[in-house]
Design a protein around this ligand. Structure first.
Ligand code: NAX
Length: 337
C-alpha cells in the first residue's frame, strides 16, 4: 500500500488552483499509483468559494484522492505536508506601489514560512507562484530555517514553456522537440529567456536553436520581449491573468522535481543560490534566481554548470540580478535579516 502524499495548495479558491488541483488529485503530477491528501488554504472571505471547490473534488470521484483538508489556518494547512504550492498572494491593486505590494507579501510569506517551519515535514518541497514569486520564496525560506534552502523554489516554468512554444512555432517542430531553453533570473520583465544552449530535434537530427532559427536580432530582441510580456498580453486579452497555462507549468515543475529530469535535459526553476551557483555564473549567493537544473530521481538537483556565458548573456544576467537584489533589499528593509 502506497502512503498518500500530503500536498498543500494555498490560494485554493483562486483561478490557478481551479486548474491545478484536479491534476494533483487525478495522478497527472505524482503518477497513477500515488494517492494524495489535499490540504487547501485560503483566507476567510474565500472560504465559501473553497467549499465549492471541495464539493467539485468529491464530484470528480477521484480514486487517488485520499482526503481533503479545508482551512484558513496555515498551521493546519501545512501540517505534515510533502509539497506546498503557494499560489495565494496579495494582488496588485490600482494605484498600489511596488513597495507596498512587496511589503504586504512579505507579511504573508513570513507567516507561511514560519508555519511551514513549525508543522511541515522537514523534507517538504515548496513552490512559490504568488508574485513577486522569487522574493516571496526567499522570504518564505528565511522564516523556515529548519527546512533546507534547497527545498524552496519559485515558478519560472511558465516562462520556459512560453519560450519553448515560441521556438517550436518558429522552427516548425513540435514543442516536445525543443529542449534546454533556459530562463535566468526573476519571473519579471528582467528575466532572460536564453536559447544559446537549446536544441531542437528535426528528422531525428539534433540542431542548435541558433542554427534552426538563424535570426539573432529576433532571438536577442523580439523573442525575449515576447516571453517576458506574455503575461501582460494574456491579461489584455482575457481581462484575467494566465491560469490554465500557469497551472500546467506548476504540474511540470512539481512532476520534474518529484521524478527527476532525463539525462542531458535540464529545466528552469528559481532556487536560492548557494556558493556553487554563485561560482558557476557569477550570481550573488542567497537570491532566489532561476537557473538551469538537472534533477535526480530522489528530488535533489544540481545547477547545470559550465555553460559558456556570452557578453550579451552577461548583461542580461546582471540586469536581473540587480532587480532581485533591489527586491530583496526592499523586502527585508523593515525586518531583521
Ligand atoms: P486569484 O486572485 O484568482 O487567486 C488567489 C487566491 O489567493 C485567492 O483565492 C485569495 O483569496 C488567495 N489568497 C490571498 N492571500 C492569501 C493568503 N495570505 N493565504 C492564502 N490564500 C490567499 O489569483 P491566481 O490567478 O490564482 O494567481 C495566483 C498568483 O499567481 C498571483 O499572485 C499571480 O500574480 C501569480 N502568478 C504567477 C505566475 C508565475 O509564473 N510565477 C504566473 C501566473 C500568475 O500570474
Amino acid at each position: 500500500k502506497v502512503e498518500p502524499l500530503r500536498v498543500c495548495v494555498t490560494g485554493a479558491a483562486g483561478q490557478i488552483a481551479y486548474s491545478l488541483i484536479i491534476n494533483i488529485a487525478n495522478g497527472t503530477v505524482f503518477g497513477p499509483e500515488q494517492p494524495v491528501i489535499l490540504q487547501l488554504l485560503d483566507i476567510a472571505p474565500a472560504l465559501e468559494a473553497m467549499k465549492g471547490v471541495e464539493m467539485e473534488l468529491y464530484d470528480c470521484a477521484l480514486p487517488l484522492l485520499a482526503g481533503i483538508v479545508l482551512t484558513t489556518d496555515p498551521l493546519e494547512a501545512f501540517r505534515d505536508v510533502d509539497y506546498a504550492i503557494l499560489l495565494g498572494a496579495m494582488p496588485r491593486r490600482a494605484g498600489m506601489l511596488r513597495k507596498d505590494l512587496l511589503k504586504a507579501n512579505v507579511g504573508i510569506f513570513q507567516v507561511q514560512g514560519a508555519a511551514i517551519d513549525a508543522v511541515a515535514k522537514k523534507t517538504v518541497k515548496v513552490v512559490v507562484v504568488g508574485n513577486p514569486a522569487n522574493t516571496n520564496a526567499l522570504v518564505c525560506s528565511h522564516y523556515a530555517p529548519s527546512i533546507p534552502k534547497a527545498n524552496f523554489s519559485a515558478l519560472t516554468r511558465l516562462d520556459e514553456n512560453r519560450a519553448k512554444s515560441m521556438v517550436a512555432v518558429r522552427a516548425g517542430v513540435a514543442v516536445d522537440q525543443v529542449k534546454n531553453v533556459i530562463i535566468w533570473g526573476n519571473h519579471s520583465n528582467t528575466q532572460y529567456p536564453d536559447v544559446a544552449h537549446a536544441h531542437i530535434t528535426r528528422d531525428g537530427a539534433r540542431v542548435a536553436v541558433e542554427e534552426a532559427i538563424k535570426d539573432e536580432a529576433y532571438l536577442h530582441g523580439e523573442f525575449i520581449k515576447a516571453v517576458a510580456l506574455r503575461g501582460a498580453a494574456i491579461i489584455a486579452a482575457r481581462k484575467l491573468s494566465s491560469a490554465m497555462s500557469a497551472a500546467k507549468a506548476v504540474v511540470d515543475h512539481v512532476r520534474d522535481w518529484h521524478f527527476g529530469t532525463r539525462s542531458g535535459e535540464f529545466v528552469s526553476m528559481a532556487v536560492v543560490t548557494d556558493a556553487h551557483a554563485a561560482a558557476a555564473y557569477g550570481i550573488p549567493e542567497d537570491l532566489c534566481f532561476s537557473l538551469p537544473l538537472s534533477i535526480k530521481e530522489d528530488g535533489h538537483y544540481e545547477v547545470v554548470a559550465g555553460l559558456p556565458v556570452s557578453d550579451f548573456a552577461r548583461g542580461k544576467l546582471d540586469a536581473t540580478v540587480a532587480e532581485l537584489e533591489e527586491e530583496k533589499a526592499e523586502a527585508f528593509a523593515h525586518i531583521e535579516y
